[in-house]
Ligand binder design. Structure first.
Ligand code: NAD
Length: 453
């Protein structure tokens, strides 16, 4: 779906006019170039700051960044004239009081004018709930408020996000490093103002960061178009062999999507009682293993509750939450170490949305299902996570009438709708071996939608 307003104001006279009139000024986001794996991770040098007490952790992360061939600095004065920072990483893992934030926060404030378009700010801190001391909890929770506010101040496609480590997770753990890399990269273009929680030290650093899913087999439901089709292509780009599932009526589109990645297509309605068994039989026959399941198929049946019919309510719940729940009974048993279940939630399930009581009940249900499933699959070394997209430009959102559509796509910090590929990139991160320490989480891909948390 094209965003004509974005086209109009992304340069030249349109941009100056929007500025003069105080209108939104979205810019084209820095995204991964599908034609090139050699794109730089960040658009300039990386400044690593700490709070004075987390220096050792900051040094360790700076070493990791150097290992990725990045130009890493610890001193804000070290930027050559005319250059801009590609990213600033704030390491705050050992902070014990809100007073510790002043140094790094104000130093960051002093360099923000020199943050490159599409630049990144990433905080690395610890989970508030793991501390008991009020001052420690206060600073850890304080980081959350800080980064969410900062994300609303950044311009030109720059974002601010956080890596939040559970108490016993070292800063060098695969998922700590993996989450940092994801948030620095173009893959996180539409993730803004979000904490990524690393819940354990599990996970494996991939031998090749450009093909982390090499050797893995993934199933994606609702693969014929929109976000599902993008998930198929991003998982295949990252090395996975992919089975795409969609209803028989979408069979031709499904074949086209799957042929493009040399994957295989399975025509199936996921509400069928035996859907999981049929998927498993297909995957076993073709590839002999199953590593990743992406519950993406979903439908909308919007109506105010006062006008809601039985059909609209029941059809929606059947596809969007009851089918994933039923299929997981089979998949949770099947998946072994490194297995992944990733489900599509929605910001509507977090903030609520007029006309979507059925949809929000189902999508909030997905968030709950994910939280409950996480400890169950962790026993066999697998994870369960969800991704909650905000406004994404697809056939689904193209059906929204023009005026509310314009309002919905501007109502986030990046002032534009996301693209299916943005959701797919987050799913590919959660599917990867380096995300093995992220479990039971819901990651929002919403440009920091103004509704909800
Ligand atoms: P879409 O309507 O473009 O595609 C959904 C696909 O699911 C279609 O190909 C459809 O045929 C398939 N499908 C529907 N029912 C099925 C069934 N019973 N069995 C098998 N396949 C079935 O939707 P999209 O915009 O790409 O959304 C994908 C997912 O992301 C959905 O779960 C949706 O709720 C979620 N989501 C989308 C947005 C957005 O802005 N587009 C926002 C939040 C969440």
């Amino acid at each position: 779906m094209s965003d004509r307003y974005l086209d109009l104001v992304s340069g030249g006279p349109g941009r100056s006019a929007a500025k003069k009139l105080g209108l939104p000024q979205p810019v084209r986001l820095r995204r991964t170039d599908p034609a090139s794996v050699d794109q730089p991770l960040v658009p300039g040098p990386v400044l690593v700051l700490d709070d004075g007490v987390s220096q050792r952790a900051a040094d360790e992360l700076a070493e990791t960044l150097l290992g990725w061939d990045l130009d890493v600095r610890r001193d804000p004065q070290e930027l050559a004239k005319g250059r801009r920072w590609g990213a600033v990483v704030l390491v705050l893992t050992e902070a014990t009081s809100p007073a510790d934030l002043a140094g790094p926060a104000l130093t960051l404030g002093g360099v923000l004018r020199r943050l490159a378009p599409g630049g990144r700010v990433v905080t690395v801190s610890r989970r508030a709930d793991d501390a008991g001391e009020p001052a420690v909890v206060a600073v850890r929770q304080g980081v959350d408020g800080f980064l969410r506010s900062l994300a609303k101040e950044l311009r030109a496609g720059a974002t601010a996000n956080g890596v939040v480590l559970a108490q016993d997770v070292p800063v060098g753990a695969p998922s700590a490093v993996g989450a940092l890399r994801f948030l620095l990269s173009a893959r996180s273009a539409f993730v803004d103002g979000q904490p990524v929680h690393v819940t354990s030290a599990d996970g494996v650093t991939p031998a090749d960061w450009t093909r982390p899913l090499e050797g893995m087999v993934a199933v994606v439901t609702g693969a014929a178009r929109g976000i599902g089709a993008a998930i198929v292509s991003v998982l295949a780009r990252d090395g996975a062999r992919v089975v795409g599932v969609d209803v028989p009526a979408a069979g031709d589109a499904l074949s086209r999507v799957m042929n493009e990645v040399r994957g295989s297509a399975l025509q199936l309605d996921i509400t069928a009682e035996d859907a999981a068994d049929r998927i498993l039989a297909h995957v076993r026959e073709r590839y002999g293993r199953l590593d990743v399941v992406v519950h993406n198929a979903g439908i909308l049946r919007d109506k105010l509750l006062a006008n809601m019919t039985d059909d609209r309510w029941n059809d929606l719940l059947a596809v969007n939450v009851l089918a994933p729940l039923r299929m997981n009974e089979t998949f949770a048993e099947e998946l072994g170490a490194g297995g992944r279940i990733i489900s599509l939630a929605s910001t509507s399930g977090i903030a609520g949305n007029r006309g979507q009581t059925n949809y929000a009940a189902a999508k909030a249900g997905i968030i709950g299902m994910t939280r409950a499933l996480a400890p169950v699959v962790a026993a066999s070394g697998a994870t369960a996570n969800a991704v909650a997209p905000g406004f994404i430009e697809t056939d689904m959102t193209a059906k929204i009438p023009p005026l509310p559509r314009q309002v919905a796509r501007r109502a986030n910090s990046l002032q534009q709708g996301g693209r299916p590929v943005d959701v797919a990139e987050a799913i590919a991160f959660l599917a990867s071996p380096q995300a093995g320490g992220v479990n039971g989480q819901t990651l929002r891909v919403c440009g920091q939608n103004l509704v909800g948390q």
